[in-house]
Design a protein. Structure first.
Length: 258
């Protein structure tokens, strides 16, 4: 279909998919820019290449971590269309459905789980003065992320539509939920590391174990309220901040008066 140099150019251009983000087509200019070297190789005829380019200029938006996979898949389908083995309408339907599905998965798995896990674990290591471990850990995750992009790009090129079955077998939604649970555990560890034990003991007048227990119970209660009553997080945050101011005052009042 295309040589390795052309494919490499397409892959590297996926990192610029959001460089020309606009309110009309969102990432459409970026996806065309990434596809252009491949389209030139697949369609030597300018008119055919122009028609292929129009398929991506209408509207495109997805999580940027999935762009290499989609570019590889689109190039594979464009090669079939150029040989007359697939209709152009199939690619349009695929683009309009798959991109938004992957966008939702990407926001949940990457934006809401993986990147949060990365930042929380790195912060825990830095707070614990494990600077070199944090550096190596972040470097490993950074390289893993880019290896994932390269792998999915190659999988899309080789498998075409079959790559969607591969994603289904990965069960990413459930893995994202598991990672969110892990994030909750890491957050508790981080709070334990930064908790001002001695300061609170001198102000509240009781042990930090009790203060820690009350704070943990408060967080659990806040999570339950959000899930049960679907309240605004801003309102709940305001209530918690107000409670953080009032509770020490009441504790000091009762301890001094009684």
């Amino acid at each position: 279909m295309t040589d390795a140099r052309t494919l490499l150019r397409c892959f590297l251009r996926t990192y610029l998919v959001g460089a020309a983000f606009n309110t009309r087509g969102l990432q459409n200019v970026g996806i065309v820019y990434a596809m252009e070297p491949g389209l030139r190789a697949i369609y030597p005829d300018p008119k055919q290449r122009r028609d292929a380019r129009k398929r991506y200029l209408k509207h495109y938006n997805t999580h940027p971590f999935w762009t290499p996979l989609l570019v590889g898949t689109f190039l594979s389908l464009e090669a079939l269309i150029a040989r007359g083995k697939a209709p152009a309408e199939m690619l349009t339907a695929l683009k309009d459905t798959t991109t938004y599905t992957l966008s939702a998965i990407g926001d949940s798995v990457f934006g809401g789980s993986f990147l949060v896990f990365w930042s929380l674990t790195t912060t825990c290591m830095l707070v614990a003065d494990m600077h070199w471990v944090a550096l190596c850990w972040s470097l490993m995750l950074f390289l893993t992320l880019h290896a994932f992009k390269l792998f999915t790009f190659a999988a899309g090129l080789r498998g075409g539509l079959k790559v969607l079955n591969m994603l289904k077998n990965w069960d990413l939604i459930n893995w994202g939920e598991r990672l969110k649970l892990a994030n909750a555990v890491v957050l508790v560890i981080l709070l334990y590391e930064v908790w001002p034990w001695a300061h609170l003991e001198s102000i509240w007048g009781y042990s930090w174990e009790l203060a820690w227990g009350l704070a943990s119970a408060g967080l659990c209660l806040a999570g339950w309220i959000l899930g049960r009553f679907h309240l605004s997080r801003i309102i709940l945050l305001f209530i918690l901040a107000l409670a953080a101011l009032i509770v020490p005052m009441l504790t000091g009042y009762f301890s001094s008066g009684m």
